[in-house]
Design a protein around this ligand. Sequence first.
Ligand code: FNR
Length: 342
Amino acid sequence: MTRAKRKAEHLQYALKTGQSRLTGFDDITFVHQSLPDCSVEQIQLSTKIGELDLSSPIFINAMTGGGGEATYQINRKLAIVAQETNVPIALGSQMSALKDSSEIRTYKVVRDENKNGIIFANLGSEATVDQAIAATDMLEANALQIHLNTIQELTMPEGDRSFVAALMRIEAIVNSLGVPVIVKEVGFGMSMETVRKLHSIGVRAVDVGGFGGTNFAKIENARREKLMSFFNDWGIPTAVSIIEAKEAFPELSIVGSGGVQDSLDIIKALSLGACATGLAGKVLKTLVDDGVETLIEEIQEMKEELKLMMTALGARSLQELQKAPVIISGKTHHWLNERGIN
Ligand code: FNR
């Protein structure tokens, strides 16, 4: 199968399989405060991922690039949305453009349409230092995401079967690159143990890419007859994964993504310890079903809704939001208990 066909199928099946809403956010409830002593105009949404300053905690997470006109158009439209809403945008893996320069335009369009925006380059953990530098330079990127996608690869019969020395390669990139490195999962979540390993080699920002939204095991299984359905329910729910990462290193920049669909999911992710949230599948669906203008409106609305909920909680900043009391119930409570996290 050609790369272009695979990318087109990922888009198609991501839309078809949808978001499963198994993130664990439904297990999180805020404790209502009747005297918040706060006004909407006092609310600050500004945040940081590592050294990167962001005006709000929402960004468009990595999806596509390479593969021809369809991905070019999606990236062009996403770039317009990112610019209009002033949110960062991450690109899909650039390995295909590093191997075939005719594909560069499908990625570069994001910088061309969004000249002053914050853009994250993206490669897998097989990347070398030279490839990381080339991918970052290609987009004049402000940060590099390195994705970890073991389960997706194992679910593909033609996927990678060896994942040795990934940590060493990531360490080399962290030590050589002039921009921050964010190590991310793609919908299977990160454990405390994974976060500790990443921290030990100097990684200062992770995107937990938790379970419960877009499911790449289901996407890969939907594309073929030989099923590896045992991976369909594999992964750490996003809410749990944020808490595990926070428990491993409270000072780490934790991006809470995976199945984030609305402002309530976002505020829950932020209250659990995330400094920002990335949305992929939800953004893609709105863009394809309803177009650029609707997506711009939805993102602006999410920011306004965040301010209303933060006012209700008396949290003027994201730091104050992390102190808002929450009740954790159900499977999420059980998981944290089993893992010795209180
Ligand atoms: C992705 N994702 C992804 N991630 C990455 O790091 N590099 C990539 O190339 C891609 N490609 C990609 C294509 C499509 C069509 C989708 C929907 C997603 C994964 C994405 O960034 C995110 O981690 C997961 O989709 C989970 O988040 P959502 O979709 O539940 O918000």
